[in-house]
Ligand binder design. Structure first.
Ligand code: GLU
Length: 450
């Protein structure tokens, strides 16, 4: 059976780094076994779902290189949910309930006050036909709950968390449909996973208790003859992503591809970091997706929250830029910057966008500092000594070292300052040929006579 995974965001906002990580892991899980990675847009909440976010989700996945093999939208599958609902209702697994939000809240407070867990008391199940008719005569439309089977054990072998066991009696029968007929997340997701033939559900550990409930939904759906007699998917719940200080952070909840792009972060750096964050595998600037995919393994995932650190992302990004081929960077480089220029400058870059700043050292104008009399004399000597060859920098510094007895910083720094206007920067051996003989001599003379 070929693996089918899915990433199921609700289009109520942009993808954030936590979602991106889940999407990436599902993509890798599918790619690893030549399976399919599906995008499912969870847009049953018509009020909060926005088309612009659907577009942004697709664009972000494309930017990251995680294009799905197919897409489904829950808002286009409502008829299927109706059918599933009818089947489960006929099978006695769905019942109407009439409590208001205030009544439910009060019940919970009383339970908590007595030190009891706030589990729904199934008050609605005690109603008879006459009670229900009376409610409806008062104009109270029911919402709908899925009836958990208290005798059916809930167990699964979680791909990350190992053996999981829940007692259905300790869970509330979940509300699956509102009084206005709209759907809550729980049932449509189970219907879709069965109907789309999803083999592996990999999501955040905030969904563990949903899985407990959904396992009974899957079983009930299959028993009610809904869809093909698929087997249940496997489940894995990864630890959540937290800030580097170890807490769930608000900032992470809004940190996404647009912010990364603005900061000049390469999509590959996001992928390399998130692929292994929270696993026992080393986080490295791996640009080759096949390597990431081949080494992806749920058994390397830890149970502790994964810590996201911006500085680590910056480091990976810089390391990737330092290895980046000219061809890949080309379209984003300043005009006139060729392959030799790129190779000279890339070791200094935190991101590709900085290339233009460094390229100005070559094209000018530059702004050297004021020099001492001594250094001006030294730079005049340098201008006279400058000869051109394949390696003018080492020729020049060799001659000057011999002639002046200078070495180390006094030998190199005034030259660098006069030639580039900066105290630090790309390797002068690579940079000087790019500056060129004429421009270099002029810069030395200008500095000597300043
Ligand atoms: N739309 C749900 C969410 O974003 C999907 C969860 C799931 O993967 O089933 O939380």
């Amino acid at each position: 059976m070929s693996v089918i995974t899915r990433f199921a965001p609700s289009p109520t906002g942009r993808l954030h780094v936590g979602n991106i990580r889940t999407a990436l892991h599902n993509w890798m899980l599918a790619r690893k076994s030549g399976g399919r990675f599906m995008l499912r847009i969870d847009d049953t909440d018509a009020e909060r779902s926005r088309e612009e976010y659907v577009t942004a989700i697709r664009e972000d996945l494309a930017w990251l290189g995680l294009e799905p093999d197919g897409e489904e939208r829950q808002s286009q599958r409502l008829a299927i949910y109706d059918t599933a609902f009818a089947s489960l209702k006929d099978a006695g697994r769905i019942y109407p309930a009439y409590e208001t939000a205030q009544e439910l809240d009060l019940k919970r407070k009383i339970q908590l006050g007595r030190g009891l867990p706030p589990i729904y008391d199934r008050g609605a199940l005690a109603l008879g036909d006459a009670d229900r008719a009376a409610k409806e005569a008062q104009g109270i439309a029911p919402h709908w709950r899925f009836k958990l089977d208290h005798d059916e054990p809930i167990e699964w072998d979680d791909g990350v968390r190992g053996a999981q066991k829940f007692d259905a009696a300790q869970l509330s029968d979940p509300v699956i449909r509102r009084a206005d007929g709209s759907w809550l997340y729980m049932l449509p997701s189970a219907v879709d996973d069965l109907d789309m033939g999803v083999t592996d559900v990999l999501r955040g550990e905030d969904h563990v208790s949903n899985t407990a409930v959904q396992i009974q939904m899957f079983t009930a759906l299959i028993a009610a003859g809904f869809g093909a007699a698929n087997s249940l998917p496997s489940f894995a719940h990864e630890a959540l992503l937290v800030g580097k200080e170890g807490k769930l952070s608000k900032r992470l909840g809004s940190l996404g591809c647009d912010a990364f792009r603005e900061r000049g972060i390469e999509p590959g750096a996001v992928v390399a970091l998130l692929a292994r964050l929270g696993t026992s595998l080393p986080i490295e600037p791996i640009t080759d997706r096949a390597t990431l995919v081949d080494t992806f393994d749920l058994s390397t995932f830890g149970r502790a929250p994964a810590k996201f650190d911006d500085a680590e992302l910056d480091r990976i990004n810089a390391a990737m830029v330092h290895q980046m081929d000219f061809a890949e960077a080309k379209d984003r480089l300043p005009g006139g910057m060729d392959e030799a220029g790129w190779h000279a400058i890339r070791p200094n870059l935190a991101h590709v966008g900085e290339a233009a700043d460094w390229w100005r050292l070559v094209t000018g104008p530059i702004a050297p500092p004021a020099f001492s009399d001594d250094d001006r004399e030294y730079l005049a000597q340098a201008a006279r000594a400058l000869t051109w060859s394949d390696d003018p920098w080492h020729a020049l510094t060799g001659v000057l070292k011999e002639a002046t007895g200078r070495k180390g910083k006094p030998l190199f720094l005034p030259l660098r300052q006069a030639l580039t206007g900066m105290d630090h920067g790309p390797d002068m051996g690579e940079l000087l040929p790019l500056i060129g003989e004429e421009r270099a001599r002029k810069r030395l003379i200008d500095a000597a006579t300043s």
